[in-house]
Ligand binder design. Sequence first.
Ligand code: ADP
Ligand code: MG
Length: 238
Amino acid sequence: MVEAFAVASGKGGTGKTTSTLALGMALAEDYDVTVIDADTGMANLLFHAGLDDADVTLHDLLVDERDAAVSDAVYERFGMSVVPCGTSLAAFEAADPGRLRDVVAELAADTDVLLLDSPAALGSKSAVLPVVLADRIVVVLQPTVPSLSDGLKVQEYAHSYGTDTAGVVFNRVRPDENVDKIAEQAGRYFGGQTLASVPESDAVRAARREGKPLLAHAPEDPAADAFREAAARLDVRD
Ligand code: ADP
Ligand code: MG
């Protein structure tokens, strides 16, 4: 049975896209994984996955007169099926976000794990639908109280739609930062689970510049190890 995860956060720039691709590659060792850039307003997964010139994207599947098949927007990359989204504002405005439900249902029929790279803020249909459609959310946070507070709101929203919490990924953790205290607080509020503490890493930035997921660019990097640990802790249902 397919399990769908929304990779979410309160604010932008916490590392959702980085995490989506890293978790996807780690899970692809054991499962058929499909990654969708469901951040349709601020899509940039394509830049992280070498798909800048993808012809057909999720945007084409969300417009009214849909002449693209879902399979046209699926690209086999890095051992995963990747559905990028385009970056045009006009296409975003023309898109009907509600169609994401059908696209996800179609993709779900053909994969074990779906990862939805999700928009940051709540407040519009396109922003919340990925969280609503997922079985569980992975919340990507910086190890700070404000970030935790943002993440809690996302969780509250998710729970109100019956979406559970898989846990928290603390990202961009600096060497002098001790995440124990914040992890303990997060544990109390986020279903008890810190999935990983991912260090700030030059390899993450270099990977993006290369248009490759971290696990393809620098599989031995400590940040890659942390993401593999997070993927194992997800305990994906079979
Ligand atoms: P989001 O999708 O949440 O907006 P991204 O994954 O695009 O966030 O990351 C935002 C920026 O932060 C990117 O430039 C990315 O390379 C950088 N970044 C993310 N995680 C790390 C990390 N662990 N170490 C260093 N840079 C990171
Ligand atoms: Mg992103």
